[in-house]
Write a protein of this length. Sequence first.
Lengths: 379, 375
Amino acid sequence: MKFTINRDTFIKTLNDVSRAIATKTTIPILTGLKLDLTADQLTMTGSDADISIEASIPVTQDTAALQIAEPGSIVLPSRFFTEIVKRLPEKEMTITVTDTQQAVITSGQSEFTINGQISDEYPLLPEIAADHSLQLPADVLREVIAQTVIAVSTQDSRPILTGVHIVIHDGALLAVATDTHRLSQRVVRLDGAGDADYDINIPGRSLTELARTIPDTVATIDVRIAENQVLFRLGDTAFFSRLLEGNYPDTQRLLPTEHTTALTVAADAFQAAIERASLLSHESRNNVVRLVLTPEANTAVLSSTSPDVGTVQEEIAFKTLTGDTLDISFNPDYMKDALRVVGPSDVTMAFTSALRPFTIEPAEATSQFIQLITPIRTF
Amino acid sequence: MLGRLPIIRHDERRIIHLDMDAFYASVEEREHPEFVGRPLVIARDPRETRGKGVVTTANYVARQFGVHSAMPANQAAQLLAGEPVIWQPPNFTLYRAVSDQIHGIMHRVTEFIEPVALDEAYMDVTRRFPDWPQAVRAAAYLQRSIRQETRLTSSVGISYNKYLAKLASDYNKPFGRTIITPEAAPLFLDRLPIRKFQGVGEKTAPKLLAMGITTGEQLRALSLTQLTDAFGKFGYMLYRRVRGVDDRPVAYARERKSIGKERTFAPFLQSDEACTRRISALAAEVAELLQSKQRKGSTITLKMRDGDFVTETKRVTLAEPTQDAQRITTEALRLWEAYGTGMLAQGIRLLGVTVSGLVPVTMENLTLPLFGEPL
């Protein structure tokens, strides 16, 4: 195997693939990067068993200046290889693989020889049939991921909650995640989804990495779903993820249908107030802020206390406040995350009681996006 | 570059430091009158432990031979060779009971008590006894009442901050009572040998001596820069202390930061099964303590020490605080499986389970009823 390539282009693709490469693994070969050179393209593969990323650089891509001397393949130790490639002196580099699975990397006057492994030992990526494929706009997918992964559980005690539940049905995609203290659900219409009907759970970490991997240049993402795998095609990159087994709990029944108090605020201003309050809540062991809503007096007061540092109290500027008086406490970090993914718009929070979850929705119901936060009982 | 550091001496507080005289040894002498007058060492007889073990404390007779706490029991035995030594293993249950009794007496004087150990506490009596003669009378009352009700002696120090109060109680032991007023403090500190400054020990003392410093007066002559260059943060502290400045409050009713239990095993535990059983038992005890203190915690720590004295402490932080025995056990056992089983070859001499990040049980982040619980 032998090729010469533009180093910047190579590094860009290498960075994408590296996202999947395991630092710790039970399968040693997965700490490696697989390089596969055919007559018309170079393919790189990285995997940690949960996520696999395969990216290709075609010989036709101008910026790559890929010159193929001899096809072949090898697995190289990813960490060393990456460090080496990033520090090479020239714009171009050449990689030659010997019969003894050694890779000679040259660039200018610099030459490295590193030991590789035979690529036949690298696990095969799943084959996913093309007949069930679905097209999603990249920006929509990115938004849905950002809005739901925040609520994914980071605890292993309930593995199913470490994923985002995705239901595709009746021409719509519903994504929901919850860690039991908060829930985030987004529904988008799918044009041209036809009669696609899926109910899957994708690990939250996979989606986070996927969102980072989607290049700005890709407008449409091709999604293929199999028994226990999902494949996202982003241009020349294929992103595979394992699916979580098990049934996601029924979350629809948790969404309140009525409320007794409602508060509408500008998300960014409220976000800033929450951040001020959490300066103190973070110093206390409980991390609680308190919101006292008094529609009669037309006041909404946010406060927090740290026994060691002091207290903060702030009258919140709001657009509207209606309903009953309410005194509720919650974790400000959940609220910060929730407001962040709503974006710069007005949000409406709807409450039923101090001990019931409350909803957060964009005030203008342009998108079907609802979040739930459970309060903290303080007495 | 800094100019002169302004130092403000706050001397309006009235602080009492109470220190029981050779507490454990005195309690033993009270329980065993036949011990009085003989050298008494609170430790197991080194002949029974094949030379292992350290001195917990010793009575004044034994101290005259140079025996002190934390000394290897073997060494104490050499110092006391030929003497009618009494080796008494510590009875912490008894000491704790006596300590509780003494705390009861302190509570008659003030609620602002900061216990330092079973035998030592600071009290802030400013509010109730703002005048020096009143504060001194309160200290005398404590000594008298403790003496009458427990037949034990104590030494007290009275001053305007914790540092000086402790120096004062240490100044005249046993059964001493020393007062350091703001007026007397400079002279007292000037004359104090540097060894007596709290915190000046094995590392600092030789350095100071090498700098030609033997008294407080000479220490006070050093600049802040000289002290911080030589001793860092501790130098800054010394700079303040030698000027009679210590603004640390008496941390009364200090909230507990963690609740834990640990146990040493002899013989060492050799099997996974034995360790698992002990960890489960410790976890259950901790859960019970949490429940009795109305606390729950989110960080669970497992401490493991093997036969070679290699100690590992591993922790896991939960999303939600718990006081549930089952949960604490599960997490502790997970840590054991991940980190402890590899230590089994050397045998396990100590295991401990601790829960920290404590919050009152009443504080609870409610959960969504995802798994069939009623709404």
